[in-house]
Structure formats: structure tokens, C-alpha cells
Design a binder for this molecule. Structure first.
Ligand SMILES: [Zn+2]
Length: 445
């Protein structure tokens, strides 16, 4: 059956609508129609081959879009909770990342994607190595994904190798199932020189794809480059998501605004690594399209947009005043602004939009009083992942009533493989660390 009818639920079409009771008709991967409950019965007679789901007592909202993460980093959750961003990256992450292999990466991504699906995230934007593994995991689990190879420059050979991997994944996976898209991921202006950023801009234009980059994340970066120089590489002439922008000053905001660069706000990661609060209210005032990202599990440590919305909102209110940053703006950032950044009909439940949605249980305590006029506020400030009843991407249920429906292997097997690879990584790291300390009295990097 290619059609699905989600019946008797309350529906929030978009951040700016009111909650109403209606039925949603889905054809393949798209929303075909929204039908007021009272007239469904009459219209239903004309609908054949439809699978029905009674969702009484539930609220259907657009699927959440995680606009910045590194899914393989699930292995490094809890590894470096109390260190500076430089130590986090150079002492803890890089040495372990050197030991990763492609099958490990697949299971790391699988665990993160399962976490995201059960937390109501139906699209994620990923930057990492092993893009074939990440793309395969996303393909296997049915989530929508925009994936880039993290690109940094060391030697001409190393650069070429990474670019070729990025292009290889593009050729293999881009457009698959109309939900896996491959872009380019220059890591940051302090790891990729200007002429190489120009090369990436040209490639992104040639392949007509998106770019992801980390920009102005930490205070040190402010001295290392000027955003106008990055703009002059042509990188902002293609759809670009820039993660963080914590240290964007007024001039930088002007550049981001005129170049229509999309920004991913990652409040938990920014605070946990001690970087600070991005000027999101100022960016929104200048018309910048701002989205939410979780960043990876090694710096957040959970892939959960409910907590990003709440923490992100509280920080903006602290910085700019409690009358700023309304619930509608916050929900727009988590939904349709992500769709806008990705140039896809996502983040609204309208006919013609992709059937990516989340079903929340409004009989949970976190939703009380479950008065319809209060539900949007509850989603931002009270609801948490345990209130997610189901998630759907591209018209397919990925998660329903506590079960993962797209898993081919058993859940236990995935967790066992993940844990075995986690132990392998730790053992390898410890043995290298020991021998290098023993021989050279140097640290493991
Ligand atoms: Zn990141």
C-alpha cells in the first residue's frame, strides 16, 4: 500500500500555525492532503489502498532537523567532559579518530541515528570521515541525511585523498532514495587554507551540492581569519551551513546576511566546550536563516533537539532579555529553517512537503496542562525524547511505539558490535599511548 492515513491526531502544520485536529494523507514520500476529521469519512470512500493509523491522543509535528552533527563520534561520548576545546580536539579526539576504520564508523553512525530517530530527528547533517559508512547507515535506517567528508589540509597528497573520498561517496550515494545527499565539508578556515577553500567552492558548484563548515567557534579563531576573505573564496555562493558562529561580530553578521549563509546554532556544545553564546537574536534580526544542531556526542553529549531548543532559548534570553526569542522562532529554527537551508520541502506538514514527521504523546505529564494553546510552549520548554511516540521520514515509519521498524539486524546485535568496536578502539589507543610514551616520552599524537 503506497498511501497512509494518520487519523484522529492533533496536528501542528508549522511553527506559525495553531494546533488543530485533522487527518494526514500520505502518498509515498509526500504529504498529499490534510483533511478535517469531520469530513474524512466522506472523502475516504474515494481513497483506495490506504493503510490507516489511529493516533487519537497524539500530536503530529514536523520532523526535527539536526543541522550539524558528527554521527560516528558516539564512540567518544563521555571521553573528555572537562577539557578546553584545544585539548578536546588535539589530545582526545584526533588520536582516536586516527584509529577508526570503516566498519567501526558504520556502527558508530548506526547508534547515533537510532538515538536521533527515537528523539524525533528525521533529518541530519553530518560532517566526518568514512562518509560511505555514514551514508550506508543512513540509507539502511531510512533517515534523511546530508553528509560531507570533513576536509582538512596537511599535504597535497592527503588533501587529494580526502577530496577523492568525498567525490567517491557523492558518486555512490548522492540522491539515493531521494533522501541521501552528499556535499563537501571543509572543516574550518584554520585547517583549510584559502586557496583550498576556493577549490571546494568550485567543486560544490560543479556538483551542484551543499557545503558545511565550522566558523568562528572559539575565541582564538577571531585572530586567525577574516570572514570577508572566506566570502571571497566563493564558498558562500553555494548553499552553505556554517556551524557555531559564536564569535560573529556585527561585520561578520553583515557578511553572513548578505551572502545568505545558513547558520547552525549548537548551544550545548558551545557552552560545554566553554566557547560561549552565539548572537542568534542579532542574526535573526538581520534575516539570517538560523537552524539548530546538536554537534557530536563527544561535545554535547546527546543528540536531542528538545534540549537544544530549551538550552538555546534560555541562553538567548539571558543574553538579550526574557522578552526575546519566542517559541515560534525557536520551532521554526528546528523545522522549516532546516528545510530552507537544505533546499528541500521539509519542516512543514503541508501538501507537497516531504512526509517527515514526529508523533508526540500529549497525555504525558510533560504536556500537562495539555490545552491546545499551550502545546508549542511545552514542545520547547518541557517535552523530552521520552514523549516521542513515533518518527517518520520519507513516508516510512522509522520508530513506532518504542520499536525501530527499519532495523534489519536485531537491536542487540548492533549494540554488541558497537561495544566491541568501542573496546577495540580503547585498547588500540591505550597500547599506542603506552609505547609512544615509553619510547619517546611524547604524548600520543
Ligand atoms: Zn562540529
Amino acid at each position: 500500500m503506497s498511501k497512509k492515513l494518520l487519523k484522529n491526531a492533533y496536528v501542528l502544520i508549522s511553527a506559525d500555525d495553531d494546533v488543530e485536529k485533522m487527518n494526514i494523507l500520505i502518498d509515498k514520500d509526500e504529504i498529499e492532503d490534510l483533511i478535517p476529521v469531520e469530513i474524512t469519512n466522506k472523502r475516504e470512500q474515494g481513497i483506495e489502498n490506504v493503510e490507516e493509523f489511529d493516533l487519537s491522543g497524539k500530536l503530529i509535528v514536523p520532523g526535527f532537523i539536526n543541522a550539524h552533527t558528527h554521527s560516528v563520534m558516539s564512540y567518544f561520548r563521555g571521553l573528555a567532559d572537562d577539557v578546553s576545546i584545544d585539548d578536546w580536539l588535539f589530545k582526545y579526539m584526533f588520536p582516536r579518530e586516527d584509529l577508526l576504520e570503516s566498519e567501526m564508523a558504520y556502527y558508530g553512525a548506526m547508534v547515533s541515528i537510532l538515538e536521533m530517530i527515537s528523539n524525533g530527528i528525521t533529518t541530519f547533517v553530518d560532517m566526518y570521515m568514512f562518509t560511505d559508512s555514514v551514508a550506508k547507515a543512513a540509507y539502511d535506517l531510512g533517515i534523511r541525511a546530508y553528509i560531507s567528508r570533513g576536509l582538512s589540509y596537511d599535504t597535497p597528497e592527503g588533501w587529494k585523498k580526502r577530496l577523492n573520498e568525498n567525490i567517491g561517496t557523492y558518486e555512490k550515494y548522492n540522491g539515493l532514495d531521494d533522501r541521501i545527499y552528499i556535499g563537501f565539508g571543509p572543516h574550518a578556515p584554520y585547517t583549510v587554507p584559502i586557496d583550498k577553500l576556493k577549490e571546494v567552492a568550485k567543486l560544490a558548484k560543479k556538483y551542484q551540492t551543499h557545503v558545511q563548515i565550522h566558523l568562528l567557534e572559539s575565541t582564538n579563531e577571531k585572530q586567525l581569519y577574516n570572514l570577508i576573505d572566506i566570502e571571497n573564496t566563493g564558498l558562500f555562493e553555494v548553499p552553505t551551513i556554517s556551524a557555531h558562529c559564536v564569535y560573529a561580530d556585527e561585520k561578520d553578521i553583515e557578511v553572513l546576511s548578505r551572502s545568505e549563509v545558513n547558520v547552525a546554532y549548537n548551544p550545548t556544545s558551545n557552552m560545554k566546550l566553554g566557547n560561549g553564546i552565539a548572537p542568534i537574536v542579532k542574526m535573526l534580526e538581520k534575516g539570517i536563516n538560523v537552524t539548530f544542531g546538536t554537534d557530536g556526542s563527544a561535545s554535547n553529549n546527546s543528540l536531542n533537539l528538545f534540549s537544544e531548543m530549551k538550552i538555546g532559548a534560555i541562553l538567548q534570553k539571558y543574553k538579550y532579555g526574557p522578552d526575546k526569542f519566542h517559541v515560534e522562532e525557536i520551532l521554526r529554527m528546528a523545522w522549516e529553517n532546516g528545510g530552507f537551508a537544505l533546499e528541500e520541502k521539509l519542516g512543514r506538514l503541508e501538501p507537497g512537503f516531504k512526509a517527515d514527521l514526529v508523533v508526540l504523546d500529549i497525555n504525558s505529564l510533560e504536556f500537562f496542562p495539555n490545552d491546545l494553546s499551550k502545546l508549542k510552549s511545552h514542545i520547547v520548554y518541557s517535552v523530552n525524547p521520552k514523549n516521542v511516540y513515533a518518527s517518520m521520514a520519507a513516508g516510512k515509519w522509522l520508530y513506532f511505539d518504542g520499536k525501530f521498524l527499519t532495523l534489519k539486524e536485531g537491536e542487540e546485535k548492533i549494540y554488541e558490535q558497537f561495544y566491541n568496536y568501542y573496546k577495540t578502539l580503547e585498547n588500540k589507543h591505550n597500547s599506542l599511548n603506552f609505547s609512544s610514551n615509553y619510547n619517546t616520552n611524547d604524548n600520543c599524537r
